[in-house]
Design a protein around this ligand. Sequence first.
Ligand code: NAD
Length: 297
Amino acid sequence: MSAEIIDGKAFAAGLRERVGTHAGDFEAKAGRKAGLAVVLVGEDPASQVYVRSKGKQTVAAGMASFEHKLPADTSQSDLIAMVEQLNADPGVDGILVQLPLPDHLDEHTVISTISPDKDVDGFHVINAGRLAVGQSGFVPCTPLGCMMLLADRMGDLSGKDAVVIGRSNIVGKPMAQLLLDANATVTIAHSRTKDLPEVVRRADIVVAAVGRAEMVKAEWLKPGAVVIDVGINRLPPADGEDKGKLVGDVDFGGASEVAGAITPVPGGVGPMTIAVLLRNSLVAAYRNEGLDVPVDL
Ligand code: NAD
């Protein structure tokens, strides 16, 4: 059997297009563009790439992008003052503080300072709480993107057995909440789970968010399972390569012989994250202006 490949890149392009259309409508109704502010502290090269890409895609979707680059030695109080200034700015609908922050800054305090109504990453405890009790708020972009891919492929998830491997606050836990909300029967597996292959074998839906290259093997999967691979891992370079290959947490070659459908790495979950960030930012803009959020966002 050969799995259907879930094309996250194409799905993300469609979502960005819908965001672009609605961003134009929003501007016509509100008399201003929806705005996303991104704060980057320090010069981490991967973070610089992400921030640049977020800025470019925000502008391409017809929204305003505000980039604030602060030096690595920025104090906690200066960073908090910057977030408070963005909270008060009516042209800013979404605020994202790029993580990780330099060691001397306290991530939790900084994220808690972001207004929950502008917390488009969904990391504020108020938004985590809203997700836990089923109220609408902001859901972290990566798991929400995974959910969109699952809903598109499978429709109704009621009664499906889902296993989420990983329990981080930004992927595993919100992913499990979303699946529960969609009436799946959810198991959260993690580093202390006993007999992980046996747990995974029960699942109709497997979401792998571990950060270990090709850990999930074909033999672990129930035939026909839908596999969402969140992991992004770089293998050591092979002879003649200057950079190693990017792989997920699932052994894609083997798994695609057993699964019913599977996301590739790259080109699966990865492109969804920024597309959902744009979507969340536009939703924030509609809500901040007291306008109805379009149903297809
Ligand atoms: P994390 O390190 O915070 O969490 C990893 C989780 O995996 C932990 O909860 C841990 O309990 C579990 N784990 C570790 N070893 C395990 C094992 N042997 N068996 C079972 N569970 C184990 O990581 P994260 O931030 O949740 O990210 C997970 C992966 O997803 C990483 O590869 C990361 O790069 C990737 N990621 C991708 C995107 C994207 O846009 N595609 C976004 C966020 C994270």
